[in-house]
Design a protein around this ligand. Structure first.
Ligand code: FE2
Ligand code: FE2
Length: 248
């Protein structure tokens, strides 16, 4: 049997090259989609872990969701790029993921912690860092930075590093302010929520000593949006960050 010769004219070569290019493009698209899906799965798994850590501390678990909006809105008010602010939207939710490693008898203790218990509790930033830091993607690197530095204070009185001023990464300075306001305005087992007015006054008082004044100013610039987002989250909504930013 004779095999017919392959068509080798210039038009046929062009068609083969075009088919080859189409295959490569399809493979690259599939690879990008698979990478994106795996990134999303990993992000969602860690967000679930963060939610599990939060449930040990807050029965409703929505503190971390509000933290995402508040932190990202502060970042946008500081003119940070939208991409970075959106990354902080997710990363900030993992700020207390290290609490997974804190025993319940300390984490849930209703009264004051002893100095030894406080020492154990204050390990949660480093535990969170250890959980996230080996990751190679920017979201988890930012989450690790936030986990490690959200209890540092502008005047150097925080932990675990006793860092001060600009030496504290901006992400940690932002999340510290968001955490302070949100913790004050939520009900705790040992006290009811403070009013927004009282919490805002307390935030102003703590600015400069505990917090970066520039970050506190950005909080006040975004205040209406932050409070509107918080109320929507408390009502069970999950608006997009872009919508919340454009809303007021
Ligand atoms: Fe914390
Ligand atoms: Fe928190």
């Amino acid at each position: 049997m004779t095999i017919p010769p392959l068509p080798v004219g210039p038009a046929s070569i062009d068609r083969q090259i075009e088919r080859f290019a189409t295959d490569i493009r399809r493979l690259m698209t599939e690879r990008d989609q698979a990478l994106e899906a795996s990134r999303r799965t990993r992000r969602d798994a860690l967000l679930r872990l963060a939610a599990a850590a939060e449930l040990k501390d807050d029965d409703t678990g929505v503190h971390i969701v509000r933290m995402g909006y508040t932190s990202a809105l502060i970042a946008l008010a500081l003119d940070c790029p939208f991409d970075w602010s959106e990354r902080l939207f997710y990363a900030s939710r993992m700020h207390d993921i290290g609490k997974l490693g804190i025993p319940d008898n300390i984490l849930k203790k209703p009264g004051q912690l002893t100095p030894e218990e406080r020492e154990v509790m204050n390990r949660h930033p480093e535990l969170g860092w250890a959980l996230l830091a080996d990751a190679d993607n920017p979201l988890f690197q930012l989450a690790a930075e936030v986990a490690l530095t959200h209890h540092e204070r502008w005047d150097g009185s925080g932990y675990p590093g006793g860092m001060a001023g600009q030496a504290i990464p901006l992400s940690g300075r932002i999340v510290a302010v968001a955490d302070f306001f949100d913790a004050l305005t939520m009900d705790r087992v040992y006290r009811p929520a403070f009013s927004d007015e009282r919490a805002l006054a307390m935030l102003s008082d703590a600015a400069e000593s505990h917090f970066d004044l520039r970050v506190v100013t950005a909080f006040f610039i975004a205040k209406e949006r932050i409070i509107a987002a918080r109320d929507r989250v408390n009502d069970g909504e999950s608006p997009s960050l872009a919508d919340v930013w454009k809303s007021v």
